[in-house]
Design a protein around this ligand. Structure first.
Ligand SMILES: *Cc1c(COP(=O)(O)O)cnc(C)c1O
Length: 223
């Protein structure tokens, strides 16, 4: 028998530790399916495009207790919209973007929670800071006093085996810990946004506090 989306959600959420918050990644997923997930108890939804999210939010105004998470690269011309649409931005991937968000957060007196996206291994296909680049930007990030920097986000490169993937997650956890031990009081990195459909159990074993799941909940996407 084919498992329904509600059944999948129930099975997966009941197996998650309480310390882990599930983000249902609904890029390319219809509004009807989002409603199904909502009815099954999901309140955190992740999207990677500002415009797609805007269209969905317009159709979901009757569900005010959704928390929206931006998990994709944010283009410069969409920053203002993103600030208004999302309570969390997991994909802050450059100092330039952080500074822009900081300025706008002051202007709008509103600041989403932010994760800094890191690349533990070099990966030309991904945005984000390498470890040494991030460390050298910490002082300036700490100056972004209007930002709520609350965690690190990572996506391992494609094609790693489980041990290599686990190592990426563990190093992300260590980096977060290292940042917490600095004197940069504005940098709170207690949240670890890591783990997708294929690797979330590894991420959880390395201390993930958010997992971002799409395909295991909604099936394969069409791209
Ligand atoms: C698409 C996406 C996910 C979900 O991936 P699945 O493999 O479908 O679970 C998680 N995080 C980010 C940043 C994504 O772009």
């Amino acid at each position: 028998m084919v498992e329904s989306i509600s059944e999948r959600i129930t099975r997966i959420t009941s197996n998650l530790p309480e310390s882990v918050r599930l983000i249902a990644v609904t890029k390319q997923v219809s509004v009807d399916t989002i409603r199904t997930a909502y009815a099954a108890g999901i309140r955190d939804f992740g999207e990677n495009r500002v415009q797609e999210t805007e269209a969905k939010q317009a159709q979901l105004q009757d569900l005010p207790d959704i928390t929206w998470h931006l998990i994709g690269h944010l283009q410069n011309n969409k920053v203002v919209k993103a600030l208004k649409q999302f309570q969390w931005i997991h994909s802050v991937d450059s100092l330039k973007l952080a500074k822009r968000l900081n300025t706008l957060a002051k202007e709008f007196s509103y600041s989403p929670n932010i994760c800094l996206q890191v690349k533990i291994l070099p990966d030309p296909n991904k945005y984000g800071w390498g470890i040494t680049d991030l460390i050298s930007d910490l002082a300036e990030l700490n100056e972004c006093q209007n930002l709520k920097i609350t965690g690190l986000m990572t996506i391992p490169p494609q094609g790693l085996n489980n041990l290599q993937t686990l190592s990426v997650f563990k190093k992300t956890q260590e980096l977060a810990q290292e940042i917490r031990q600095t004197n940069f009081s504005n940098l709170k990195t207690q949240e670890l946004s890591m783990g997708m459909s294929d690797d979330y159990n590894l991420a959880i074993s390395a201390g993930a506090t958010f997992v971002r799941l799409g395909r295991v909940l909604f099936g394969e996407r069409k791209n």
